[in-house]
Write a protein that binds this ligand. Structure first.
Ligand SMILES: *[C@@H]1O[C@H](CO)[C@@H](O)[C@H](O)[C@H]1NC(C)=O
Ligand SMILES: *[C@@H]1O[C@H](CO)[C@@H](O)[C@H](O)[C@H]1NC(C)=O
Ligand SMILES: *[C@@H]1O[C@H](CO)[C@@H](O)[C@H](O)[C@H]1NC(C)=O
Ligand SMILES: CC(=O)N[C@H]1CO[C@H](CO)[C@@H](O)[C@@H]1O
Length: 402
C-alpha cells in the first residue's frame, strides 16, 4: 500500500507541537542559553575552588625536567621524594572546570610572540613548569640573551624568557649570608629595573610574579633620598613596613609598561600573579618544615595575615593600572589570583627533597627544607593551566580597538 502523502504533512505540526512543549526541549533551550551566557560573561572565577583527586596525574615527568634543565632543587622525583600522592590532584574551581593543559593550543597562541616572565624564583619555577609542559609537544632550544634566560620554539617562532628581578624596580638584593655581607635590600621604588624594562618593546605578554623578597630588611629610596626602611634598628631611618613599598614597586612597573608600550600605540598583555604563600611550620631559617602530605580541604585554611594583605594590594594595583591603561586600546591586564590554590597545597613543596636524597645517611638533626617553591611536576602546573585559559579568553574577546 502506498503511504498517503497527507499523513506526514498532518503529523508534522503535531510532532512539532509535542517537541516544543516537551520538557527535554525546554531543558535543552534553557541549558544552551545558560551556557552561552556563561561563555559570554566569563563568569568563571578560577581563584576559588578546591583540590580534588585526579587519577590522570601530571603531563610530564622528571625525564623532561632533566631535558629542560630545570633547577634541580625543584626536581623532587630525581631528588628521591618517596611519595607520589601530591601529583594526583586537580584544581576544581567552584563554578566551572579547569581544562587540562594543552601544549599545542598554548604554542599556537604564542606564535610569533615573546612571552616574558619577570620576577623572583617563583617566576622561574613557573616558567620551568610551563617549559616542561610545552616540551611534551615541541622541544625548545636555549638561546643566548643578555639579561635573561631564553628559550626558542623554532616551529612557532615563539620565545619564552625569564628575567630575574625580585623587586621589579631597581635595587640590590641583600646578601645570601647577611651575617657577612649586606643586611639590607636596597630598593629604588620609582625606578623600574632596566634589566627587564629595556626589553619591554620586544615583549608581547609579560607575567609578573614577585613578593617574597619584600619581607626581608630593606632600605627604600625615592629619587635620591631614603624614604624609610624595614627592620633597620640602629639606622636612623623611619620604619615604614613593606606594604607601601611593595605597592609602589608594582605601580612603577605597571606604569612603565603602559608608558613604554601601550602609550606608544603598541599592544601589550600583562598578567600579575598574586602572592603564593609559603608553608614553613616554624621559621624558615630555623629548620622549619612542611610535612603535610595532602592538600587542605575547602574551608580548612583561610587566606589571612600578610598573604591576604599582599594579595589585596596586588589586586588593587591591577585595578588602578587597568583604569590608567584603558585610554590606550592596546593594553590588557589581568590578575592571576593563585593565593588560595597555593595556600591549600602544603604538600606540593620540595621540603627536604630540595637536595638529593637528604636522608641517605640516616635522619640528620638539621635538614634544610624548601617550603616556598614547588616540585616539578606539581601544583604550580595549575597556575599555567589558568594562564592558558586567560589567554584563550583574550583571544575570543578581541581588544576594544579591533
Ligand atoms: C617520561 O615521559 C617520557 C616522555 O613523555 C616517556 O617517554 C617516559 O616513558 C616517561 N617516563 C616515566 C618513568 O614515566
Ligand atoms: C567559593 O566557593 C564556595 C563554594 O562554592 C562558596 O561557598 C564561597 O562563597 C566562594 N568564596 C568566594 C570568595 O567567592
Ligand atoms: C625570538 O628569538 C629569536 C632568536 O633570539 C629571534 O631571532 C626572533 O626574532 C625572536 N622572535 C620573537 C617573536 O620574539
Ligand atoms: C620594627 C620592625 O619592623 N620590626 C619587625 C622586624 O621583623 C620582625 C620579624 O620579621 C617583625 O616581627 C618586627 O615587627
Amino acid at each position: 500500500m502506498r503511504l498517503s502523502p497527507w499523513i506526514p504533512v498532518a503529523l508534522f505540526p503535531a510532532l512539532l507541537y509535542l517537541y516544543f512543549t516537551s520538557p527535554s526541549f525546554i531543558i535543552l533551550t534553557y541549558k544552551n542559553s545558560i551556557e552561552k551566557e556563561k561563555a559570554y560573561e566569563n563568569i568563571c572565577d578560577y581563584s576559588n575552588g578546591t583540590w580534588v583527586r585526579d587519577k590522570k596525574g601530571p603531563l610530564y615527568n622528571d625525564t623532561i625536567g632533566r631535558k629542560i634543565k630545570i633547577k634541580q632543587s625543584q626536581n623532587c622525583i630525581i631528588n628521591g621524594r618517596p611519595d607520589s600522592d601530591y601529583l594526583y590532584w586537580r584544581w576544581k574551581p567552584s563554578q566551572c572546570n579547569l581544562p587540562r593543559f594543552e601544549p599545542h593550543t598554548f604554542l599556537q597562541l604564542i606564535k610569533n610572540k615573546h612571552v616574558a616572565f619577570v620576577g623572583d624564583s617563583l617566576a622561574r619555577n613557573q616558567i620551568e613548569s610551563l617549559l616542561c609542559m610545552l616540551a611534551t609537544a615541541s622541544t625548545p632550544k636555549r638561546v643566548k640573551h643578555q639579561g635573561s634566560r631564553r628559550w626558542h620554539f623554532a616551529s612557532y617562532n615563539a620565545n619564552l624568557s625569564f628575567y630575574w628581578s625580585s623587586f621589579l624596580v631597581q635595587g640590590i638584593q641583600r646578601s645570601e649570608s647577611p651575617e657577612k655581607g649586606s643586611k639590607y635590600n636596597t630598593m629604588y621604588l620609582d625606578h623600574v629595573n632596566e634589566r627587564w624594562a629595556r626589553d619591554i618593546d620586544q615583549m608581547d605578554l609579560i607575567v609578573l610574579s614577585f613578593g617574597h623578597w619584600f619581607l626581608v630588611p630593606s632600605i627604600y629610596y625615592e629619587g635620591d633620598s631614603v624614604i624609610g626602611c624595614l627592620n633597620c634598628t640602629g639606622l636612623n631611618y623611619k620604619e615604614i613596613g613593606f606594604y607601601g613599598p611593595l605597592r609602589k614597586a608594582l605601580r612603577t612597573s605597571l606604569n612603565s609598561i603602559i608608558e613604554r608600550k601601550a602609550a606608544k600605540g603598541n599592544r601589550i598583555d600583562v598578567i600579575v600573579e598574586t602572592i603564593s604563600p609559603s608553608h614553613f611550620e616554624g621559621d624558615w631559617d630555623k629548620s622549619g618544615t612542611c610535612s603535610k602530605s595532602t592538600p587542605y580541604r575547602e574551608g580548612e585554611k583561610q587566606v589571612e595575615g600578610t598573604d591576604a594583605e599582599i594579595r589585596k594590594i596586588e589586586l588593587e594595583e591591577v585595578e588602578n593600572a587597568k583604569s590608567y591603561g584603558k585610554q590606550f586600546g592596546g593594553f590588557r591586564l589581568e590578575a592571576l589570583d593563585v593565593t588560595k590554590l597555593a595556600l591549600l597545597r602544603p604538600d606540593g613543596h620540595p621540603g627536604p627533597y630540595m637536595n638529593p636524597f637528604p636522608f641517605a645517611n640516616g635522619v640528620q638533626e638539621h635538614v634544610q627544607n624548601d617550603c616556598v617553591h614547588w616540585c616539578l611536576p606539581g601544583p604550580i602546573d595549575t597556575w599555567n593551566e589558568i594562564l592558558l585559559e586567560m589567554m584563550k579568553k583574550w583571544k575570543e574577546k578581541p581588544r576594544s580597538e579591533e
